[in-house]
Design a protein around this ligand. Sequence first.
Ligand code: FMN
Length: 199
Amino acid sequence: MKSKNIKLAFLLIALMVTAGACKNSTAMKDTTFKQISPKEIQDNSVKMIADDWLLITAGDKDNFNMMTASWSTIGYLWGQAVVFIFVRPQRYTYEFMENSSYFTLTVFEEKYRDILQFCGTKSGRDYNKVKETGLKPLFTELGNVYYEQARLVIECEKIYADFLKEDAFIDKTIIENAYPNRDFHKMYVGKILNVWVKE
Ligand SMILES: Cc1cc2nc3c(=O)[nH]c(=O)nc-3n(C[C@H](O)[C@H](O)[C@H](O)COP(=O)(O)O)c2cc1C
């Protein structure tokens, strides 16, 4: 009887420890990342987007693609934390953005600049970017892709999307500078579902 009680106590403790370990990671099994709220992101977002750059990844475990982006916004809209990203229709990633309900943004330390350079100049149509860069994909519980090398991961759900429209530009000089071929970006607003930082 006594040994049965001891076994039960051990089982209870094991269950409590497991529950505690999972508390901070609702959608990611990887313990090297800690979940934080969007309001706890420490980076200056202007600097992070413009200087560090982002990697946008869309698709699922079996078929995904990623590209570098430095035109983006992280903010608050319709009562929720959101990101805005802008993807030109000729990008291979665009097809994945169109076919996925979710996408991730990942941010890297300076030592991984080569990866971002590669993913920002080569297309997934021509290269296996994971193989070429050594990116190590990991998967959230929703099945979205992030990378072992990332220092910050933002998992998003698409909630609004539309192409930028020529008529809507008030500053028309932007059209000649950014869209001489009229290949206007599609803007996606993503609701931030989860944010993780490397511990
Ligand atoms: C620093 C940097 C920032 C970029 N920002 C964007 C962006 O915000 N939107 C976009 O459509 N392309 C952007 N690009 C270009 C794409 O990353 C690039 O065309 C990439 O090769 C597309 O890959 P894919 O065809 O596999 O999707 C950027 C490239 C670099 C190097």
